[in-house]
Design a protein. Structure first.
Length: 249
């Protein structure tokens, strides 16, 4: 406990799944926490669960202009920022012939463009030292059918981890990533499959995981706590793969 005591932290997409679990653990570790989300219902549910001391910000993570508003809100509430967990994202799985430009742009806006410009907007607020953690994916490394656009967005964000690590370390800002495999979160329910198809897809994905199961959000959140804490002060430009062996075996 108290590994994040007195640290000011922002978690994007903090109303469900990995983001919400990470918010819980950040609060338990003593951090002052802000979360973002877009859905009014999940924003309110997270507010009730996490308590009145957590700052809840309604924001579209894909909107470049909105990132400046988030930064100003953090400035007014916290004065600065020690930890940023870029977690908000979308996973759309379709064969290549079913993609259109609008869907392609939506995935890149939410998974790459929005996070990039949020980092830019927050630069004046990031402390020295500070930790930026980006939620990537095993799909950046494996050739899973139907994940061409999703995998490309996560490969792009991992490239940013490497390049921004070199660019920002002189300011005391460490940039690292976690790359989850399939995790039990509401994300899979948003893929647009029927219940029967979703079960088939889930079974197919699980069969590719050497440990034979989906991961749990707390298994990712614990790694994010480590990267956010001073325990990882010598960890820069790293990508922690938490995928049950899916991307390596």
């Amino acid at each position: 406990m108290n590994r994040l005591k007195n640290k000011r932290a922002l978690i994007t997409g903090g109303t469900s799944g990995i983001g919400l679990e990470t918010a819980r653990e950040f609060v338990a570790e003593g951090a002052r926490v802000a979360i973002t989300g877009k859905n009014p219902a999940t924003l309110e549910a997270a507010r009730k669960e996490l308590g009145e001391n957590v700052l809840v910000i309604a924001s579209d993570a894909s909107d470049v202009a909105a990132q400046k508003v988030v930064a100003e809100t953090i400035h007014q509430a916290f004065g600065g920022l020690d930890v940023l967990f870029l977690n908000a994202g979308i996973a759309e799985l379709r064969p290549i012939e079913q993609w259109d430009e609008a869907g392609f742009d939506r995935s890149f806006a939410l998974n790459v463009k929005g996070p990039y410009f949020l980092i830019q907007a927050l630069l004046p607020l990031l402390a020295n030292p500070a930790s930026v953690v980006i939620n990537a994916s095993v799909n950046a490394r494996i050739g899973m059918p139907n994940s061409s656009v999703y995998g490309a967005t996560k490969a792009a964000i991992l490239s940013l981890v490497r390049t921004l690590s070199g660019e920002l370390i002189s300011r005391g800002i460490r940039v690292n990533a976690v790359s989850p495999g399939p995790i039990v979160t509401p994300l899979y329910g948003k893929l647009g499959f029927s219940e029967a198809d979703l079960k088939a897809v889930s079974a197919s994905i699980q069969s590719q995981v050497p440990v034979g199961r989906f991961g749990n959000p707390n298994e990712i959140a614990s790694a994010v706590v480590f990267l956010a804490s001073d325990e990882s002060a010598f960890t820069v430009g790293a990508d922690i793969q938490i995928d049950g062996g899916m991307g390596t075996l």
